[in-house]
Design a protein around this ligand. Structure first.
Ligand code: FES
Length: 166
């Protein structure tokens, strides 16, 4: 190779230098912006935080309605959201917490919400019904059971997390 092939002209030197410095500066500006934009999406498990909702000695075999509040983060905005759970002890004395959201079209179900259907969750919108364990009753509009909350019991305290489809 001749020495001439290795020579870098002044113009090339300036182009390389300015490109390198410009790229470095652009990366310095864009990285914080990209991190700011992606940060909420990268944070995992926000909805799976557990919240204390009840104490064990309040619970019976009869589903009871408990209202509780969670902090919900939506991008950079944090707000308090009220949730509802129907909580009871099943035949094995385990805590079960059902979502009140009807799996037909999302209305709210009530335990024994209709005097015609005792021992059922009843949805007033289209007459959907569910058994005490949340199983949908055939012949009514919902085609799947009520969702269940994740449950953790610590001593006498009952904590609920996110809901899970069955
Ligand atoms: S929304 Fe509940 S039955 Fe239709």
């Amino acid at each position: 190779m001749s020495e001439k092939e290795h020579k870098v002209s002044r113009r090339q030197f300036l182009t390389y230098t300015l490109t390198g410095v410009g790229g470095f500066m652009a990366a310095g500006m864009l990285m914080p912006m990209a991190r700011f934009a992606l940060d909420p999406a990268l944070e995992a498990g926000m909805d799976s935080d557990f919240v204390r909702v009840a104490s064990l000695d309040e619970l019976t075999e009869e589903p009871q309605r408990f209202d509780f509040t969670i902090e919900q983060e939506d991008a950079w905005y944090t707000s308090e959201v009220t949730r509802v759970a129907w909580i009871f002890l099943n035949d094995s004395n385990e805590v079960v917490a059902l979502s009140p959201v009807c799996t037909h079209l999302g209305c709210t179900v009530d335990w024994e919400g209709s005097e015609n259907y005792p021992e059922n969750f009843f949805c007033p919108c289209h007459g959907g019904r569910f058994e005490r364990d949340g199983q949908n009753i055939q012949g009514t509009p919902p085609t799947r059971p009520l969702d269940v909350y994740e449950v953790q019991v610590d001593g006498d305290d009952v904590y609920l997390g996110g809901t899970v489809q069955r």
